[in-house]
Design a protein around this ligand. Sequence first.
Ligand code: SAM
Ligand code: SF4
Ligand code: F3S
Length: 443
Amino acid sequence: MTNSINKTYKMITYGCQMNENDSEKLSGMLKAMGYTPTEDETTAGLVVMNTCSVRENADVRFFGNVGNFKHIKKKNPDLILAVCGCMMQQPQIVKKIKEDNPQVDIVFGTHNLHRFPELLANYQASGNRTIEIYDDDDGLIENLPVDRRYPFKSYVSIMKGCNNFCTYCIVPYTRGREVSRPHEKIIDEVKALVADGCLEVTLLGQNVNSYGNDRKDGYGFADLLRDVNAIEGLERIRFMTSHPKDMTDEVIDAVAACDKVCPVVHLAVQSGSTKVLKAMHRGYTKEKIIALVEKMHKRIPHVAITTDLIVGFPGETETDFEETLDIVRRCHFDAAFSFLYSIRTGTPAAKMPDQIPENIKHERLNRLLKVLHSEGNERNLWFQDQTVDVLVEGKSTHNEDRLTGRTMNGKLVNFDGNAATIGTIVPVHIDCARTFSLDGHAV
Ligand code: SAM
Ligand code: SF4
Ligand code: F3S
């Protein structure tokens, strides 16, 4: 190792918003240490890979990418490679890194993110491979520096972990038990963000509507929404993900009543078959979902409801799958993330009989996507010829001359407008509704 430290870093993030938020914290810590970002790993002093373990192909992709660093390090021998995130909470992964991947210098997990500066300093001082994983922790670490990707919108983590143990899911094993952050800390963070020019916050948690269940004072997610809504200068509040079993009338009423709370609910349904939902350990039936979604459509004007769906869960028959198609048609979801069921070692579903062959999973996914797209298209048609408020996020990725942003209920809008409005909310007339986005012009 050379004496002068190359203080450039590349952050590579996989997975969900929790990981994106963690990467913003890691970047914040690095910037506080004098590091600057780069996109070029062949010249960087440090590469951090923040991993996700939710599906098997994520593991495969990770080991492929980490393997490439054997070659990159030949060209850039002073490069420090740090890996962290959900995959590192799985002992078999860390074992494989220890045994087969000597190019990895630092390994840490989801519970000791805050320790990164010390682990890095330790490695730099000793040159010894540094591996530190905690099984769990007893709370959330406050006041970590954050390097926010956008000045005008930000994630705010309101809780960590998950207690649900859905039978297919690895997250409770990688993120530990549910801990709600004190609401005063959340409110202070949002106020500080607003003072820093932030217009929109997304309240983050694996299951935000169970916020407060671990507290004894009865303060819950609906209270939090109302309190955050009262913050002056804030324009928009989003939240994700919502679990149908915790979507109470109080939460629905708070979403309807709070003018800054965006009328968009990411309600992860997973399947339309009550039999499959039971095997998944989700705690609701198909009928409950249909009634819940109808209630939300009635009570929250122009609400967009999006969802997550899994096809090919063990034991899913053609009839079960048709129940999923049916629930999509009856709930009129605005959009969905749909996934092929992926075996996660250590979860109960991995040992269930009647695993579904890959070709059937793919065939069902294709059929599901067709129904989802037609529902999404139908929902977007409502916007045609309407004028809607759009938070302008930047230039359109497909056409540099156009702008892109989101409506209150989360619809992506590409439009003709003035680049000086990036980071503000402007009225946009919608000329054309598409399946995944809306097209328009600023008025
Ligand atoms: N906590 C959220 C909830 O339950 O609604 C979701 C969090 S999880 C990170 C995101 C999505 O990944 C889940 O909603 C589920 O659809 C999907 N997922 C989780 N485990 C999976 C698996 N083993 N195979 C396929 N999809 C999976
Ligand atoms: Fe996974 Fe279920 Fe927890 Fe969501 S609620 S993170 S799907 S265990
Ligand atoms: Fe992946 Fe961990 Fe999120 S497993 S989906 S990064 S909580």
